[in-house]
Design a protein around this ligand. Structure first.
Ligand code: PGA
Length: 250
């Protein structure tokens, strides 16, 4: 287990302002009792500023914010888009290449450009590497990760977080079920071997407060990404607590 595991809450396009503020306050209170684990909240971009105001003035240093996306250019005529420059002072992390974004047309080349741009501005990219078919050889995920990271300096690997995200396991897919611990282990170990100990490797796909320990106790895993169940503050805190316990039992 990495010495600083992270638990990422991907709220996707959910919550209104009041939901977001209540969730943030509840999670912030819960983090008074959580050590060794960093909670990473990825809300819709419009809530980043009020959430930043809420958590930046407190003594809790292991709760961070994350953007769900940035544009691949720094500025320009891109109506409706959000630039890294606009969010860099509020967030530590940015999600890049989530399969839902790929389904809206984001290409590997664009994700690669976004990773480099995030690193240029000292943000830590959380890069999703999908698996389309169950039981694909783990080499395919490793190859896809290599394409996503093409041209990234080796010295920046310590700022990277790779997420093994089987598409068939994401809760929004019909009939989705989480990957088994052994499927996750096989792939995260292959990613670690290729990209080195310094690169964090996470699992995402139907993780919830009931099944999280199966994943968090795997040797090579450095955390999890939680979609649906992260909209429930109690469950999200339970997952963070489970990560603390797993860390503590090492
Ligand atoms: P889920 O989402 O936990 O709802 O399956 C995970 C993800 O999309 O990263």
């Amino acid at each position: 287990m990495h010495k600083n595991p992270i638990v990422v809450a991907n709220w996707k396009m959910n919550t209104n302002l009041s939901d977001a503020m209540v969730l943030t306050q509840t999670i912030k209170n819960g983090f008074e009792n959580i050590d060794h684990v960093e909670g990473v909240l990825a809300p819709p971009a419009v809530w980043l500023y009020p959430m930043h105001e809420k958590i930046s003035d407190c003594s809790i240093k292991h709760l961070s914010l994350c953007a769900q996306n940035i544009h691949s250019e720094e500025e320009g005529a891109y109506t409706g888009e959000i630039s890294v420059v606009m969010i860099k002072s509020m967030v530590k992390y940015v999600l890049i290449g989530h399969s839902e974004r790929n389904s809206f047309g984001e290409t590997v080349q664009q994700s690669n450009q976004k990773i480099k741009l995030a690193l240029k501005y000292n943000l830590s990219p959380i890069v999703f590497v999908g698996e389309h078919q169950r039981n694909s050889p783990e080499g395919e995920v490793v190859e896809d990760a290599k394409q996503l990271l093409k041209g990234v300096d080796r010295e920046d690997y310590s700022k990277l977080n790779l997420v093994y995200e089987p598409l068939w396991a994401i809760s929004s897919q019909k009939g989705a079920e989480p990957a088994s611990a052994s499927e996750v282990e096989k792939t995260v170990t292959a990613l670690k071997k290729t990209f080195g100990e310094e690169t964090r490797v996470l699992y995402g796909g139907s993780v919830n407060s009931q099944n999280c320990t199966e994943f968090l106790r795997l040797d090579d895993i450095d955390g999890v990404v939680v979609g649906n169940d992260s909209l429930n503050a109690k469950h999200f805190l339970e997952i963070c607590m489970a990560a603390t316990h797993t860390y503590g039992s090492d």
